[in-house]
Design a protein around this ligand. Structure first.
Ligand code: PLP
Length: 460
């Protein structure tokens, strides 16, 4: 299978190229040039399969000949061996047809572990063969960074830089990164917001002579290998229900990565009806769906910081799809976004989008009220991101269908906000509790790409 760019201007490349590049040369994102569709029969067999078995079936057609069958198996089993649940994710019930899918049973207590653990295996296995070193730079709104640190720590051939927005992530999120002692990991606190961090990473990528010299690689959710790793839990979960019943998934969304994986799962043949976009006060996607204009606003700091984003990078893949693979149109819209801060979506295209997605947004006050509501009604403690999801999922709940709302992080990662909502102290899992006594190591940096380049140069 070959991969092409959403902006139509880059040549087609193999999975290995996609794994190791962030953006395509024309600034676009890579997507497969065709999607294999699984038959109803194949999908129905998933019901008796383990998470790992489903993962192997889904991943295999996307990897080309980069790994042998045996390597793929080893990688998948190793990736998920550190998860605390047999099924890796866990489906729990709010009511008979209203479910919550817990995706926080991996090493860093957020769903990011599902993809990051998997791609770390892929990187390591591929680099071992060619004996080449790479540099990974990742911008994080909190959870991606922690997941990357855990996944890539002490891996030979990999240098990792993590950039997080100073004072805009939770204390536990920060400590999960800054207490890391592995010598191949550098954690940088940037004086700016998440979009600033992301734009620093993008400019380093765009300086091709520099990025080639350090063999720069991206693991943000624009990396296709992450998307395809996340497709697995949609299949795994959808296959637990009878194919006669429609299943909606509601996803607390920031960069449109997780929900886009849900869309890919649907295209591949998973039993998914509607995908519901749940946003916090940073509601660019919800506004886009109701107004037909994708328009960058100010980034607000909220109780659900991992979704404090105004540029949902993966949405470009959706735009490409909606405009039937016309890279010129995508490139034009992205240029408009860059120059004017917004672009429009024509009415017929917007209607198509509405066929696949619903959307809703939740205020700060309602996020806390929802945490309290779920605690009082179901005796379940959820994190603020998860609460944004359950709140919106209730707006669209249809008792004739199954609604699955994704729980993207463990509540203890956001203890301050959760305790504020439920007025009860929550206990930390042991591995998180230990973080408070460890020493922190962090580089303080201004919001300046040259500062970061100098920092990296010094180590080369
Ligand atoms: C990253 C993250 C999200 C948003 O996921 P996207 O793929 O960026 O849409 C939601 N909740 C939590 C806890 C996260 O870490």
């Amino acid at each position: 299978m070959l991969y092409k760019s959403t902006r139509g201007g880059a040549k087609r490349i193999s999975f290995q190229g996609v794994l190791f590049s962030g953006l395509a040369a024309d600034g676009g994102l890579y997507i497969p040039d065709h999607l294999p569709k699984l038959g109803v029969m194949d999908v129905s067999k998933f019901v008796d399969k383990s998470y790992e078995e489903v993962a192997i079936s889904i991943l295999k057609p996307f990897l080309g000949d980069l790994f042998s069958e045996e390597e793929l198996q080893t990688m998948v089993y190793d990736a998920y061996s550190g998860f605390r649940k047999r099924d890796r994710c866990e489906l729990v019930s709010l009511s008979e047809n209203h479910k919550v899918l817990e995706l926080f049973h991996g090493p860093t207590f957020a769903f990011k572990d599902f993809a990051m653990q998997m791609i770390a295996q892929m990187f390591h296995q591929a680099l071992k063969k060619i004996r080449k070193s790479i540099t990974i730079i990742v911008a994080t709104s909190g959870d991606t960074g922690a997941a990357a640190v855990q996944a890539f720590r002490n891996l030979e051939f990999i240098n990792l830089y993590v950039l997080f927005p100073k004072d805009r992530i939770s204390e536990i999120q920060r400590r999960q990164m800054t207490t890391e002692t592995a010598s191949n990991v550098s954690v940088v606190s940037v004086n700016g917001n998440f979009d600033d961090c992301q734009s620093i990473v993008k400019s380093i990528f765009n300086d091709t002579s520099f990025s080639e010299r350090i063999a720069l690689t991206g693991v943000n959710s624009i990396n296709w290998a992450r998307i395809i790793s996340q497709v697995v839990y949609y299949f795994f979960t959808a296959s637990r229900f009878s194919s006669n019943v429609k299943v909606d998934f509601c996803v607390p969304t920031g960069n449109f990565g997780n929900i886009y994986a849900g869309y890919v799962a649907k295209k591949l043949g998973a039993n998914i009806d509607k995908l519901i976009i749940a946003t916090n006060q940073n509601d660019i996607l919800h506004r886009t769906l109701i107004s037909g204009r994708y328009s960058k606003g100010e980034v607000f700091k909220t109780f659900s910081p991992s979704m404090d984003i105004q540029v949902s990078s993966n949405f470009e893949r959706m735009i490409y799809e909606l405009y039937q693979g016309n890279g010129n149109i995508v490139a034009r819209k992205m240029r408009e976004l860059h120059l004017k801060g917004s672009y429009g979506i024509e009415e017929d295209i917007l209607n198509q989008l509405g066929e696949e997605f619903y959307s809703g947004t939740v205020s700060e006050e309602d996020t806390l009220a929802e945490i309290r509501n779920v605690f009082e009604k179901y005796n379940m403690i959820i994190c603020p991101h998860t609460a944004v999801g359950t709140k919106v999922s209730r707006e669209f709940f249809d008792k004739e269908k199954i609604t699955v709302s994704l729980a993207t992080a463990h509540p203890a990662k956001f203890a301050e906000s959760v305790e504020k909502a439920i007025k009860t102290n929550i206990s930390l899992p042991k591995s998180l509790e230990k973080l408070s006594v460890k020493e922190e190591k962090v580089v303080e940096a201004p919001n300046d790409v040259n500062y970061l380049k100098d920092l990296i140069k010094r180590e080369y």
